[in-house]
Write a protein that binds this ligand. Structure first.
Ligand SMILES: Nc1ncnc2c1ncn2[C@@H]1O[C@H](COP(=O)(O)OP(=O)(O)O)[C@@H](O)[C@H]1O
Ligand SMILES: [Mg+2]
Length: 269
């Protein structure tokens, strides 16, 4: 077994051990519940959905299942497209409109469980209590990854309140970083802890912010620096996360590293 595989097995064992309650006579121990990690950013098009799809796929592989990915972009859901699911049979919108219980709304995307949205849903989505819906699923999963809409409006706030922790995505450009500060502000306001930042679509152009500048401006560790990589767009167009479509591509390797950092983080909790 090479060093890398050994390390990742060790990490997985540590994480799985942390999920298992230790038995003590006479004390009732409730099973551990899934942690809900949301992917947020004020801006659209920065790579939130791409991150949610790839991170959940990597976690699913690393943990041998037990991972759910949720499309909480209720106005313009498109997580399904990253898994080649254009028209899921049951959706989060069916749950929010009380048509089906949440357990019946799960779609399997190559083994990964996904709660997808309906692209055709035309009604306005007012504030919903997403947290109480997702709480029902907590005991069935180890990790739940949530993909959010852009902005900091009621839809995003409801998604943020459903999370235990958040990852915030930005690009290496001043306007994006500046608007990302709003997302950090919302997390602070609603007391949701931040794991760190992802800087996506790095092209290495001279006018881009350096990682150190982004870290200083936002004040949080950078969990992953992901290059602009045409394989990501190719993967999106064929409906397969890049970590599966082109696992040796530079971006896929960074998503795998991101997964390792997230597992490390969860293992320490
Ligand atoms: N690192 C990357 N390199 C190249 N294209 C990317 C990268 N990350 C995301 N994209 C592309 O950018 C587009 C927007 O990404 P998406 O994840 O939908 O953003 P958001 O969810 O923040 O709106 C998609 O077409 C996706 O394939
Ligand atoms: Mg999106």
């Amino acid at each position: 077994m090479n060093k890398k595989t050994h390390k990742s097995r060790e990490r997985r064992t540590k994480f799985l051990r942390a999920l298992k309650p230790e038995k003590e006579p006479g004390i009732e121990i409730k099973p551990r519940k899934a942690i809900i990690i949301g992917v947020f950013s004020c801006k659209g098009g920065v790579g939130k959905t791409t991150t949610a799809a790839n991170l959940s796929t990597c976690l699913h592989n690393a943990l041998d299942g037990g991972v759910l990915v949720v499309d909480a972009n209720l106005t313009a859901p498109n997580l399904g497209l990253h898994f080649g699911e254009m028209n899921p049979k049951n959706t989060i919108h069916d749950v929010l409109t009380n048509k089906i219980p949440i357990e019946k709304a799960i779609t399997k995307c190559d083994g990964l469980h996904a709660l997808l949205g309906s692209i055709a849903f035309g009604e306005d989505v007012h504030s919903v209590d997403l947290r109480s819906h997702l709480d029902i699923l907590r005991s069935s999963y180890k990790v739940i990854i949530l993909d959010s809409a852009p902005g900091v409006g009621p839809e995003v706030v409801s998604a943020m309140k459903a999370c235990d922790e958040v990852i915030i995505v930005t690009n290496p450009y001043i306007p994006t970083v500046a608007s990302t500060i709003k997302t950090f502000g919302a997390a602070e306001r609603y007391k949701i802890s931040v794991i760190g930042t992802i800087v996506n679509q790095i092209r290495g152009e001279p006018f881009e912010l350096r990682m150190e500048d982004v870290r200083k401006a936002l004040g949080w560790p950078i969990l992953a620096a992901i290059p602009e990589d045409s394989k990501v767009r190719e993967a999106t167009s064929v409906g397969v996360p890049v970590v599966r479509h082109a696992p040796d591509s530079p971006a896929a390797k960074r998503f795998l590293k991101l997964c390792d950092s997230v597992l490390d983080h969860i293992g320490k909790m």
